[in-house]
Design a protein around this ligand. Structure first.
Ligand SMILES: [Zn+2]
Length: 133
């Protein structure tokens, strides 16, 4: 759901208008929610999009809200992966469980990766890159 900001020339306020779709926003005539005026100029640089599921997942890969996260500590990494799995509610499969279990046991992520070649993504991305670390 896109949100555009407009400058209303009637009441001279900056207002935000929600549109159901981008095409609605392009085709629709904006009406000032404050004064009902229709003389609005869109402030194009201000466009925002309400967070999608995808961006929410991206946020979870952001370590800023994990003050105790230490990427050099396998146990910390394992805890984080388990938390991420719980938050997405997805069953990530037995390999994931095995990796998390081994991390939580203090195993080095590189050793785990070497012993589980099926973890290698397309193009040989390594395990750490998949985790966006
Ligand atoms: Zn107005």
């Amino acid at each position: 759901m896109p949100i555009y900001e407009y400058r209303c020339h009637n009441c001279r306020r900056r207002v935000s208008i929600f549109w159901r779709t981008f095409s609605d926003a392009e085709a629709g005539a904006p009406v000032c929610p404050r004064c009902g005026g229709t003389d609005l100029t869109r402030l194009i640089s201000r466009v925002r999009v309400v967070r999608s599921e995808e961006s929410r997942l991206d946020d979870m890969a952001d370590f800023d809200d994990l003050p105790d996260f230490d990427e050099s500590d396998p146990k910390s990494l394992g805890r984080w992966m388990r938390k991420m799995s719980a938050e997405t509610g997805e069953d990530l499969g037995p390999e994931f469980d095995e990796v998390v279990g081994r991390l939580e046991a203090g195993e080095n992520p590189e050793d785990i990766e070497k012993s589980m070649p099926e973890l290698m993504g397309e193009g040989g991305d390594d395990f750490s890159a998949d985790l966006d670390i």
